[in-house]
Design a binder for this molecule. Structure first.
Ligand code: BGC
Length: 461
């Protein structure tokens, strides 16, 4: 009997500890005044895209192959067998699309350049493609739009994938070579660089869940790929900093932060599922950037230790991509240990997550511990009906402003995304765009809900 009481006591203490340490923040929106959001003078506003999602004709990368392949059961990889195809034809429409940026009133544009187009074969750089990006960059600058260039946003050239992609640490040199080449060409005009977009999403989706290429389901390999991407970031950062214009450039990593909250706050198994997920998804990058250390030991699944003190703080800014949190519920099933559940009073987005502005505040509180300026490099909602976008925009931006007022150095915000585009495994079904795109004729139309963004930009200073 005493032993039973003892176990109950221990259980209660552990649960109380988790509850206190990881509260699920909730604000009472009925009493919050989120009208008239004033920002510091130098705060900047932008919007973001990625090459494969908007440019069209990306036919030499791993995603093209993935879109054109089937799984073991013969089923297509992308919802309804959709292909990225010509996408928004941003390649040819970038001048009109610059007008869209100007109409929003943003001063910054985050875009990625497509490695597979620039270096179609290992060591062979396509001059016409390099010229295209030069034109695009100059055009943006001429129109007073500051570019933030992402060097890697999920896609690899096929030749790089054939060599094993980021599964092999020794392949990082190929990526470094690409980065140095483009930096030497564009760094005179481009002052802001994002190295890798979302190492955790790339590795978890591609190597753990298996719905991104290469479709593997191997937790240990997922962790290795994640680590290699972090190392790639550090090495690229160090190399570019040594180059001409390196000193005057701002170079940072972009990480997605998602909170894992337990479905039942009294259930120890739910808590374990959350803490383990957080370790692999979030803490791994945080500890790498903050202490230069990776330490993961999840018996039977992942064992990974890595240390490089040089990695500590080797980033000029922290690019934070934030969308939402998820609730995990543990289940006894040998194939899947937990499932996502959604609190019934919360509003869903069209993606499998809810609207949770408090989460952006929480994410910023955590990121600030790295001690670097923060830029919100992505934040947005998939909302086909356009009946939640307005509320989403105001509340998330309010949450960000609240952190700034408390003294956190958040320098700018990029809304994801400029226009509807190819949403990876979801194809074209997810409508994240500020502008609605008619893919029959490439017409763009500002959504009503997006006007809230314009309003906020106007009232912000
Ligand atoms: C990615 C984007 C994607 C967005 C919305 C982010 O994880 O960087 O490419 O479209 O989320 O799902």
């Amino acid at each position: 009997m005493i032993l039973l009481y003892f176990f109950i006591l221990i259980y209660v203490v552990i649960i109380a500890y988790f509850n206190l340490k990881y509260p699920e923040l909730r604000w009472n929106w009925d009493i919050i005044n989120d009208s008239n959001l004033k920002f510091p003078k130098n705060f900047f506003w932008g919007t973001a895209t990625a090459a494969h999602q908007v440019e069209g004709n990306c036919e030499n990368n791993n995603w093209y192959d993935w879109e054109n392949s089937v799984d073991k059961k013969g089923l297509p990889r992308i919802k309804d067998n959709q292909k990225s195809g010509i996408a928004c034809d941003h390649w040819n429409n970038y001048k009109q699309d610059t007008e869209l940026l100007k109409k929003l009133g943003v001063s910054h544009y985050r875009l990625s350049i497509e490695w597979s187009k620039i270096e179609p074969q290992q060591g062979e750089f396509d001059q016409s493609v390099l010229n295209h990006y030069s034109d695009l960059i100059s055009y943006l600058i001429k129109n007073n739009i500051t570019p933030y260039i992402t060097l890697h946003h999920f896609t690899n050239p096929l030749w790089f994938d054939k060599l094993g992609g980021f599964e092999k640490k020794s392949n990082i040199k190929y990526f470094k070579n690409f980065c140095k080449t483009v930096f030497s060409i564009y760094s005179k005009e481009v002052k802001n660089w994002c190295t890798i977009n979302e190492p955790e999403v790339y590795s978890v989706m591609g190597y753990f869940i298996g719905i991104f290429p290469p479709g593997k389901k191997n937790p240990q390999l997922a962790a290795i790929v994640h680590r290699n991407l972090l190392i790639a970031h550090t090495e690229v950062y160090q190399e570019l900093k040594k180059m001409k214009n390196g000193d005057s450039s701002s170079i940072g990593i972009v990480k997605n932060v998602m909170q894992f909250d337990p479905a039942r706050r009294w259930n120890l198994f739910d808590w374990i599922a959350c803490r383990v997920s957080d370790l692999v998804y979030n803490e791994m990058s945080f500890s790498y950037l903050k202490y230069g250390k990776i330490k993961i030991n999840i018996p039977f699944f992942i064992k990974l230790f890595y240390e490089d003190k040089q990695a500590m703080k080797a980033t000029d800014f922290f690019g934070l991509n934030y969308y939402s949190h998820i609730h995990l519920k543990f289940k006894f099933d040998k194939h899947e240990f937990f499932e996502n559940v959604y609190p019934k009073n919360d509003t869903m987005t069209d993606m499998e997550y809810t609207i949770y502005p408090e989460g952006l505040y929480r994410a910023i509180q955590r990121v600030k511990l790295i001690g670097k300026p923060i830029i919100i490099t992505e934040n947005g909602i998939a909302d086909k009906k356009d009946d939640r976008r307005k509320l989403f925009i105001r509340r998330y931006i309010y949450a960000m402003l609240r952190s700034i007022k408390e003294g956190v150095n958040v320098k700018g915000y990029f809304y994801w995304t400029l226009m509807d585009n190819f949403e990876w495994a979801e194809g074209y079904d997810m409508k994240f765009g500020l502008y609605k795109v008619d893919f029959e004729n490439q017409e763009r139309k500002l959504r009503d809900g997006s006007k809230e963004y314009i309003k906020i930009i106007n009232e912000s200073n």
